[in-house]
Design a protein around this ligand. Structure first.
Ligand code: WQD
Length: 348
């Protein structure tokens, strides 16, 4: 029987690649397009090593309307799109706002226009808890008021959600699910795929694993004078494989027309807030590896604390984060060790 084809833009990226694996496991045929601006084509080997399937891959930039149009001509039977293709470094977005607006918004607008042209109804969007800013009340629900973004990256996520909401209202048959991720961490348990930060990591976990591996001298904890139990910031860290599985549930909901509204929003988190210092302690306990760190000044733009109420995703998507923090941190460490093996093999 023909498998249902799902387009995964940004599918060689961190969350995209883990989602491709789970789509294959669920019996779908994911097709990846990616411009490889922030990922590596070797990811395809990792996906094949895990699933036995080498997904179709096209090196396309979603900002290039003509190439994207040709893609849809070539693959007319796509049933849904999951859009990961976007720039995502908060700090970089402050330095290069136009790069973020052009990349994240033009890519999205091209995709929505071509969905209409090729009569594709189903769209899953990679959004972020960053749209909430520092919420007044915690945990955050999907009805928590949106606050003015604190970075161009955050603005592009808010604007993207508005573009999709207006598009769904204007274009009959279009159905959309916005997935607001909290903090994705960890790697596939096989250590065949994981996070591949370019250069010095912005995010906490890759910096922790690179420090533990001796690549970085020490971790800077950006502030321990916040109004939290141990003074360091609190986030809701979600296992990347658990997060990937939520995308399969979202695609199923749309393809099987189980959605209750033309646009639905779901928070994807564990419901548990964890501090930076707790992450360090838990990582050391889970791996037995020491993480040298120092307390550094606060980082501009950081909010004090956020964690999710994901009960809507639990009930409507039939999804729940299941992997423990310890297991997730260990998977991140195993992936860092695998990267070290790959680097050493490449240098021989
Ligand atoms: C987490 C905590 C830092 C690095 C952002 C985006 C979100 C998503 C993930 C893209 C904070 C602290 C970090 C370090 C530290 N975007 N930290 N030392 O800022 O919560 O979320 O990235 O995927 O949309 O908003 O994630 O991992 O950068 O920081 O102390 O070297 O770790 O201050 O409290 P953040 P993060």
């Amino acid at each position: 029987m023909e498998k249902t084809r799902i387009l995964v833009t940004g599918g060689t990226g961190y969350i995209g690649s883990h989602t491709v694996v789970e789509l294959i496991n669920a019996g779908y045929e994911p097709i990846i397009i990616d411009n490889l601006s922030n990922s590596n084509i070797d990811v395809l080997e990792g996906i094949k090593a895990i699933t036995g399937v080498a997904p179709i891959f096209e090196n396309i930039d979603c900002k290039d309307y003509t190439s994207l149009d040709r893609f849809f001509e070539k693959y007319p039977d796509i049933k849904a799109i999951i859009n990961f293709a976007a720039s995502k470094a908060v700090g970089e977005s402050v330095e290069k706002p136009l790069l973020y607006y052009r990349n994240n918004l033009l890519s999205l607008i091209n995709l929505v226009e071509l969905m209409r042209k090729y009569k594709i109804d189903n769209f899953v969007f990679s959004s972020s808890c960053t749209v909430y800013g520092q919420a007044d009340e915690l945990p955050v629900t999907e009805n928590t008021p949106i606050k003015p973004a604190t970075s161009p990256y955050g603005s592009t996520k808010q604007m993207s959600e508005t573009i999709l909401s207006d598009s769904v209202n204007a274009y009959p048959n279009m159905k959309c699910i916005l997935l607001r991720y909290f903090n994705p961490i960890g790697a596939h348990p096989s250590a065949e795929i994981g996070e591949l930060p370019n250069g010095i990591p912005n995010n906490l976990l890759p910096y922790v694993t690179q420090t533990a591996a001796g690549i970085r001298e020490r971790l800077r904890v950006f502030g321990n004078d916040y109004d939290t139990p141990d003074g360091s910031c609190i986030r809701d860290y979600i296992n990347v494989v658990d997060l990937a599985k939520a995308h399969v549930n979202a695609v199923q909901r749309l393809v099987e027309q189980k959605n209750k509204k033309s646009i639905e929003i779901f928070n994807l988190g564990t419901g548990r807030g964890v501090s930076v210092l707790e992450i360090i302690r838990t990582f050391e306990k889970a791996t037995g590896v020491n993480v040298p760190y120092e307390i550094a000044p606060r980082r501009d733009g950081d909010i004090t604390q956020v964690w999710a109420d994901s009960s809507l995703a639990n009930t409507e998507l039939g999804w729940k984060a299941e992997t423990s923090l310890e297991e997730t941190l260990l998977s991140a460490w195993n992936w860092e060790m695998r990267l070290k093996e790959k680097r050493e093999a490449a240098s021989k």
